[in-house]
Design a protein around this ligand. Sequence first.
Ligand code: EPU
Length: 295
Amino acid sequence: MNWWKSLKGKVKLKEPLRKHTTFKIGGAVEYFIEPNDADDLKLLLNLAKRYKIKLFIIGLGSNVLANDKKINAAVLRLSSPYFRRLSVDGNYLEAGGGCLSNQAVLVAKNNGLSGLEWMAGIPGTIGGALIMNAGGGREGDSIGDLTEEVTVMDYNGDIKILKRKEIKFDYRESNLSEYIILAARLKLRKTDKNRIEDRMDYYISRRKATQDLTMPSAGCIFKNPHLYSAGRLIDLCFLKGKRIGDACVSAKHANFIVNTGQAKADDVIKLISLIKRKVKSRFNLKLDTEIKIWH
Ligand code: EPU
């Protein structure tokens, strides 16, 4: 039954998710859908409800571990021009939910607007960054700190504008995951372009020096427990280089698991469990994953 036929956007069938995740892991998903605009998205949500199709949303796939088996669901990606629009209004950057983070950083810099420099070089979308309240680490803003309002669609297809005070941003999480993010209005600061460029360079070079960016991965696997660095704790358990199948704890940053070839989702999941066990037994601390695991 071709329930998707009335959609205007692109629909691919049995699309391998490994093509769409930075881990380069993931089996074929039944439907991979890129809606055209908000109306098309609303239609998709109604159809998915009517035909009981499970929905996942993907941005740039940089924070996702998808299983290797057939995934009986629809993955939707907001990649049409409507969802990737970007504009500047005084000190505000208006960005569509599917907008590439790097594109947003560039437009902000070109307009002499500071605040997003920590995001330079990070693979992701504005919607994904908002949902996980992405941030630059110890120093620097997180995207929640910059957010003025977010336009969302709920799963009934109704659009709402959420003001900053209606949104709950915590460390690497928010209450926005119950919505689909259509657009955000971010408040930035007027600054000299050269200073913005220097700050972008600083963040990019620090990341290059400390993180494994040459192998497929999903960035940091675990959130940092309060007052601790997950990477340091894993390192102190001597787990750097620990391997299950082709999944391996990075020798450069222990909170990264890299795919050294044909890693399976199960290899990564086993490695995650092993790391959690070791850190719990050595430090009595519980590690929680930052990445989303799709079963
Ligand atoms: N450390 C070790 N061994 C390691 C890794 C780190 O001893 O293998 C030590 C470092 O020397 C440093 C401390 O742990 O003293 C913290 O390390 P780092 O500065 O790399 O920061 P992090 O807390 O591990 C966080 C974010 C990163 C973000 C960096 C920017 C989390 C979970 N991670 O990492 O975000 O890029 O700050 O400095 O909040 C991500 O979210 O995917 C991510 C990579």
